[in-house]
Ligand binder design. Structure first.
Ligand SMILES: *Cc1c(COP(=O)(O)O)cnc(C)c1O
Length: 381
């Protein structure tokens, strides 16, 4: 039987009645954008994230973009980002005309290495944007200390990390502004595109609300140039239903991650595969369960081909580092080496970890990886 990387139909089956009921209510109301459904979701989502304010927006990318816009980041400014992330993290920096400044990651958590940040700070640095990749927060204690010393705001890219925590505080409440994606494959997924921005700062929250509607307040009076970053009522209504289930889904992911740990150890594979590790003080929500083949890219490619042949879903997040992206070839620092980011791009593979995954399916995934490794080229050095 094939095992998908993510099977959203199983989750939908458990909430179908609730979802169809609110969907019908929204259709009957014919009220589609912003409004009470959005207010209600924002209130509960802010509380969930230990944050004072949440502003629903059109996508995770727009959450990041509007965060940069309300901070006034503009051409000539620099924003520090990890060299390894989803494209949008650096893409939004370029879109406001600023320069992404890449910092290598730590292979322990695949997040920005705080030790390497300070040497990249200049007079032009206007924000630090750590990403909580795969569902584990970055080293926020160290990052916030550096940011505070230099008076630079921190924007969290928490797109993959809803519900993750650092020393008991949840993602979205760990910097000045938190940015979330509700893309369907994220841990809290909408039925389409949606996102949110969180902050404790009253003035920034008001600005975010204004920027979401082209900067107009009152309507048609524009003190700023914002955009159309609105969230649909339908998405907010569905997200509100799903929010109540989120913790149990995250627990399912954590349970599966723990099972994989045991299964990989039992199969004797931990000398050739580095498993994800929950670091001290962090609460990992495993948006992805990403393993790393220390033998190198060839081995990763061989295992991936074997799994795909067997109908086992797996994916590389991401095959290129950000500085390797062709569109960034003229960005200063793009030609430098980012060894850990390059190792991640070459060696990692995400395997199924969704909450409804069965123990027997995980056993099959591990046993197929074991088979693939028997024939895959081992490291020659
Ligand atoms: C998904 C994602 C985004 C973008 O979110 P969208 O909702 O797809 O626009 C940004 N950053 C990271 C790290 C992501 O995983």
């Amino acid at each position: 039987m094939p095992i998908p990387l993510l099977d959203l139909k199983l989750q939908y089956a458990t909430i179908r009645d609730e979802v169809l009921r609110v969907t019908e209510e929204v259709y009957e109301s014919q009220y589609f954008i912003l409004g009470k459904r959005v207010d209600d979701f924002e209130r509960d989502f802010a509380a969930y994230c230990h944050s004072k304010h949440a502003i629903g927006v059109s996508s995770g990318t727009d959450a990041l973009l509007v965060a940069l816009m309300v901070l006034g980041i503009k051409p000539g400014d620099e924003v520090i980002v990890p060299a390894y992330s989803f494209f949008a993290t650096a893409g939004v920096v370029d879109r406001v005309g600023a320069t992404p400044v890449f910092v290598d990651i730590d292979l322990a958590d695949y997040n920005i290495d705080p030790q390497l940040i300070e040497r990249k700070i200049t007079k032009r640095t206007k924000a630090i944007m750590p990403v909580h990749l795969y569902g584990q927060t970055a080293a926020m204690g160290e990052i916030n200390a550096i940011a505070k010393k230099h008076g630079i705001p921190v924007i969290e890219d928490a797109a993959q990390a809803v519900g993750a925590a650092y020393e008991g505080r949840r993602a979205g409440a760990l910097g000045l502004i938190g940015c979330f994606s509700f893309f369907p494959s994220k841990n809290l997924g909408a039925f389409g595109d949606a996102g949110a921005v969180t902050t404790d700062d009253e003035a920034l929250a008001q600005k975010l609300v204004d920027y979401r509607v082209h900067g107009g307040r009152p309507k048609y009076y524009h003190h700023y140039v914002g955009g159309n970053f609105r969230i649909d009522a339908l998405q907010a209504a569905i997200l509100h239903i799903k929010l109540a289930h989120l913790d149990s889904w995250s627990e399912g992911r954590r349970r599966n991650a723990a099972s994989y740990g045991k299964l990989f150890a039992k199969a004797g594979l931990t000398d050739r595969i580095v498993l994800p590790k929950e670091l001290a003080g962090r609460h990992h929500v495993y948006n992805q369960y990403v393993i790393r083949f220390t033998d190198g890219r060839e081995t990763r490619e061989a295992v991936m081909a074997h799994l795909k042949r067997d109908g086992i879903g797996c994916e590389v997040y991401y095959p290129l580092t950000l500085p390797q992206q062709p569109c960034f070839k003229n960005v200063p620092g793009a030609a430098d080496r980012y060894p850990n980011s390059e190792a991640a791009a070459d060696q990692t593979l995400a395997i199924p970890v969704f909450p409804e995954l069965k123990e027997s399916q995980m056993e099959e995934v591990v046993s197929e990886i074991a088979k693939a490794l028997k024939t895959a080229p081992a490291h020659v050095s």
